[in-house]
Ligand binder design. Structure first.
Ligand SMILES: Cc1cc2nc3c(=O)[nH]c(=O)nc-3n(C[C@H](O)[C@H](O)[C@H](O)COP(=O)(O)OP(=O)(O)OC[C@H]3O[C@@H](n4cnc5c(N)ncnc54)[C@H](O)[C@@H]3O)c2cc1C
Length: 458
């Protein structure tokens, strides 16, 4: 452990200075970039890797997410439709293995990432959401994995966690939660110990996808035989990805510790909880007895930017606090500790995608985790490390590799379109929270993305 501390003294790594080379340059030091580096080291000992991160590694969503850790079973319906049952199941099984492998990684590193396999419970929090999980339950049954999602009666839901607004739901016992920044820190430490060169506060301002690929920052450049683009929602700033990745803000508020209140509502099993609103709410307890309560942005007009409101948006956070107190009146008197947000990289089909680009196909990307990347980023590391080394294996042949993501409409349609549909979704959610039906026009607009073939919204 002392050695680990020496490798990661908790200070930023120096920015890139000068013109250097590497075998592989990785753009972005979140989970995807760091797991790719880790898997590269497993595949080829001594490989020379440089990571360029504009912030600190894990300073983006990887260090500030909700910590819900699961694979891809939630998407079994779309995956089956797109790739057939066998390939869909193979993908889901591999993605689910990441949950255990992530735990083992932390254990091997001697890092306490607060891993807890308490399962995750999806609940209906208004009549409109009742049965929203039926397709997922049927999907895992058809795939031969019925235990992945087990339906719960309202009484069973209340046994896990008491709330006046919870109705029926379903439970996924194999899912886990972690403390996200601890995982990011453990990965960074492991990479530094393995002599991966990490350059922090080093934004890539120009990128050339030739052979070698060249990544330039204000302080220098890295030329490398292969490059990996792991920049999450920031990919929307790249011409190639701006119609396939849409940034959306999501926010979390954290209470002060109140273990006695958790005891009072019977929420002591460490389960993650989420509901089936369009802007779904995700909430969990922490090891020290708090609630971390999150949801997608409650504001319209934020669909396409990456500005400062992605990190903190008062309107969205006020809505979270209101929802927290509505869900758990017992927590009205509990002080709030802090709140924050970050961008997620939404794709049209709610699925990540991987591929290679450039004349020499030596630039590889893994994007579009759509708010569910904690577990799948580990699988992404296996895929992207394989692609970077030119491997043809069970990971590089997975069906998400080489898919053409569904494109969003171009500007100037995209921003106003996203703002209008998001506003409608927010109003529909609010009406349904109050047990009302949204007005027919709002309902029609909120359902528009689905009608156009996107797996977004109701
Ligand atoms: C508030 C919040 C809660 C979430 N909750 C969950 C959850 O509970 N479960 C779950 O599975 N997922 C959750 N997610 C999503 C999850 O955090 C992401 O899917 C995952 O972290 C993606 O990893 P990444 O490496 O692709 O992205 P990131 O962690 O964003 O890493 C990408 C990095 O690229 C860097 N970068 C961007 N552009 C450049 C550039 N030009 N030069 C250099 N560096 C650059 C960024 O600074 C960033 O650090 C949540 C996200 C947020 C914001």
């Amino acid at each position: 452990m002392e050695e680990a501390l020496a490798a990661d003294p908790g200070e930023p790594c120096p920015p890139l200075a000068g013109d250097l080379t590497a075998d592989v340059v990785i753009l972005g030091g979140g989970y995807v970039g760091m797991w790719t580096a880790w898997q590269l080291l497993q595949r080829q000992h001594g490989i020379d890797i440089a990571i360029l991160e504009q912030d600190i590694c894990g300073g983006g969503p990887s260090g500030r997410n909700g910590g819900f850790t699961y694979g891809l079973w939630d998407d079994i319906e779309s995956l089956t439709e797109l790739f057939g049952i066998n390939r869909a199941v193979d993908l889901c099984v591999k993605a689910a293995e990441s949950v255990e492998e992530l735990r083992r990684f932390a254990e091997d590193q001697g890092a306490d990432i607060w891993f807890r396999r308490g399962g995750n419970m999806g609940v209906s929090s208004s009549p409109a959401q009742d049965g929203a999980w039926d397709g997922m339950v049927q999907g895992v049954r058809a795939a031969g994995f019925p235990d992945q999602f087990v339906p719960l009666t309202p009484e069973q839901v209340q046994e896990h966690c008491r709330s006046p607004i919870f109705r029926a739901g379903m439970f996924a016992a194999s899912q886990a939660t972690i403390q996200p920044a601890r995982l990011a820190r453990a990965l960074r430490t492991a990479l530094l110990e393995a002599n991966v060169r990490i350059y922090e506060h080093s934004p890539v301002s120009r990128f050339g996808s030739g052979n070698p690929a060249v990544a330039e920052t204000p302080g220098g450049s890295i030329r490398a035989g292969a490059a990996v683009v792991a920049v999450n929602a920031w990919a929307a700033q790249w011409k190639r990805f701006k119609r396939t990745v849409m940034p959306r803000g999501t926010y979390i508020v954290l209470t002060q510790p109140a273990p006695e209140k958790l005891e009072a509502i019977g929420w002591t099993g460490g389960e993650g909880v989420y509901d089936f609103r369009t802007a779904l709410r995700y909430l969990r307890t922490t090891n020290d007895g708090r609630i971390a309560f999150g949801a997608a942005s409650a504001r319209a007009g934020m669909g396409t930017g990456l500005g400062p409101r992605m990190r903190y948006d008062e309107g969205s956070i006020a809505a979270l606090i209101r929802d927290l107190h509505r869900m758990f009146p017992e927590f009205r008197g509990v002080e709030l500790d802090c709140a924050w947000g970050g961008p997620i990289d939404v794709t049209g089909l709610h699925l990540p995608f991987f591929g290679s680009m450039g004349a020499a196909a030596n630039v590889h990307y893994g994007l579009g985790f759509t708010g569910g990347g904690v577990g799948p980023s580990h699988l992404a590391g296996k895929i992207l490390s394989g692609l970077a080394l030119g491997a043809d294996d069970e990971f590089t042949r997975l069906p998400l590799v080489g898919i053409q993501p569904k494109r969003f409409p171009p500007e100037p349609l995209l921003s106003p379109g996203a703002a209008i549909t998001q506003a409608a979704m927010v109003r529909k959610d609010e009406a349904e929270d109050e047990g009302r039906r949204a007005n027919p026009l709002v309902d029609l607009i909120a359902r528009m993305p689905r009608r156009l073939g996107y797996r977004l919204g109701p």
